[in-house]
Ligand binder design. Structure first.
Ligand code: PMV
Length: 325
């Protein structure tokens, strides 16, 4: 019998071309493809122990016992893993993050990528990268992009079989860095799982989805050609389009704080002055400032001079999710 216990780590990722809205909410089949890179230095580490002698799952995140919706979401995911493995045990899950949760840094991506690896391994399965990515997607859509290494594209597919992410370039292909400006403000009130269900209520979503193949092609090509100015242009348009959908959905989602706009405007000016820098935002107020590594120190200094900045995290392009002994 397999040991029923395994540990894995995964990085969060930042989308350069965004995913927002599902064709199928339960399976998390997205309405459009997306492209991201993994964030090195930031991670979630998760251990799973299936235990035939326990009668319910337990979840501990950052030394805190979790109950309610967080535990329910993990339990639902573990039952799916049980279904695949044919072993119907409950589990103790222990997870730790080294970055702030629920503030526009994709904590659920790293969480479900690490959980997918640890849970399937603990259940005695040895899955391909494709299958791990498909399974991670069921926990949180963007988690499928935290399985492969480096720069990653999630091909939307049409069903559970063909919706998964692949690496389009390794971490050292291009020395981009995500300088995350954590702004002062409230933690987000509506998370992305609920947000995806509102996307179709925005009259802008249809146009955003229809135009996605063009943005994906431009984003992919800019990465492969290492063309920063082409990337910057499409990354900012794509982020603004997603936030336009969020703001005009019902209910409307306005994730920005005053400091968010301050950073976005400053980044635009810095790029006009010749610095290779651009911004992108996830479902939260923090600004992900994408920059070539040679400019990180200068950009950090400039961001810290702006009002309303709480903290800065710096993440180069990271590797794949992996097991730990
Ligand atoms: O995977 P989810 O449900 O957390 O959705 C992620 C949505 C965004 O972070 C806003 C965009 C993206 O593509 O990562």
């Amino acid at each position: 019998m397999s040991p029923l216990v395994a540990t894995a780590i995964a990085h969060p990722n930042i989308a350069l071309i965004k995913y927002w809205g599902n064709r199928d909410h339960e399976l998390r089949i997205p309405e459009n493809g997306s492209i991201s890179f993994n964030l090195d230095g930031l991670y979630t580490k998760t251990s799973v122990r299936f235990d035939p002698s326990i009668e319910k799952d337990t979840l501990c995140i950052n030394d805190q016992i979790m109950d309610g919706p967080d535990l329910r979401r993990v339990s639902q995911f573990l039952r799916y893993v049980n279904e695949i493995s044919g072993k119907h045990y409950f589990a103790n899950v222990i997870s730790e993050n080294n970055f702030p949760i629920a503030a526009g840094i994709a904590s659920s991506a790293a969480a479900f990528a690490a959980l997918s690896l640890a849970a399937t391994k603990a259940a005695g399965l040895n899955l391909s990268e494709k299958d791990l990515s498909r399974i991670a997607r069921r926990g949180s859509g963007s988690a499928c992009r935290s399985i492969p290494e480096g720069f990653v594209e999630w091909r939307p597919g049409r069903d559970d079989e063909d919706s998964f992410a692949i690496s389009i370039a390794p971490p050292n292909y291009w020395d981009l860095v995500d300088v995350i400006a954590v702004v002062k403000g409230k933690h987000k009130s509506i998370g992305s799982t609920a947000g995806h269900t509102f996307a179709r209520t925005s009259p802008i979503q249809k146009a955003r989805v229809a135009d996605a193949p063009r943005r994906l092609a431009l984003g992919r090509e800019a990465i492969l050609q290492k063309d920063f100015s082409a990337l910057a242009e499409i990354v900012e348009i794509d982020s603004n389009l997603m936030h336009a959908v969020m703001m005009t959905s019902n209910p409307g989602l306005l994730y920005w704080e005053p400091a968010t706009i301050t950073v976005m405007k400053a980044v635009t000016l810095w790029r006009q002055s010749g610095i290779p820098v651009c911004y992108t935002l996830d479902a939260g107020p923090n600004v992900h400032v994408i920059v070539l590594s040679s400019h990180v120190t200068a950009i950090k200094t400039r961001i810290l001079e702006l009002p309303g900045i709480e903290n800065i995290l710096v993440a180069p392009v990271g590797g794949a999710a992996k097991f730990i002994d």
